[in-house]
Design a protein around this ligand. Structure first.
Ligand code: THU
Length: 132
């Protein structure tokens, strides 16, 4: 595991501590790494109106984008889940739009040293993108 991978997985694990998931009890943390070396974390936030729930990946992405961050090289996602949590379809779409070159690293919170790596492109081939 590279230093970047280890650092970003650790950042996602830290972000996970602030998950707001009273309905599912499923805590997810995500962290984005920018080309300039900045790390932006996020965690899932749930609502009593379940459909309003926002995944950790999108919280991190929206935080980063609205703080003026771009140029994402990787996103790490951590949850207590065998093999690590795979981003949902909605998050894959947003990653395809705003972090198309990012590596996606996922890990089980109980085994942070075991990281599975994907590309955004393989998670969402033939993504719908805005036409210019
Ligand atoms: N969740 C995430 O935050 N990211 C994922 O990749 C999968 C699912 C959240 C949404 C919801 O709060 C909880 O996990 C259960 O689905």
């Amino acid at each position: 595991m590279t230093l970047d991978t280890e650092k970003l997985i650790q950042a996602a694990a830290r972000a996970r501590q602030h998950a707001v998931s009273p309905y599912s009890q499923f805590k997810v943390g995500a962290a984005l790494l920018t080309i300039t070396g900045e790390i932006i974390g996020g965690a899932n936030v749930e609502s009593a109106s379940y459909g309003l729930t926002c995944c950790a990946e999108r919280v991190a992405l929206f935080k980063a984008l609205t703080e003026g961050r771009t140029g994402f090289v990787a996103v790490a996602v951590v949850a207590r889940c065998a093999g690590g949590p795979m981003p949902c379809g909605a998050c894959r779409q947003l990653l395809a739009e705003y972090a198309p070159e990012a590596a996606v690293w996922v890990a089980d919170s109980e085994a942070l040293g075991v990281v599975h790596a994907f590309t955004v492109r393989e998670l969402l081939p033939s993504a719908y993108l805005r036409r210019t």
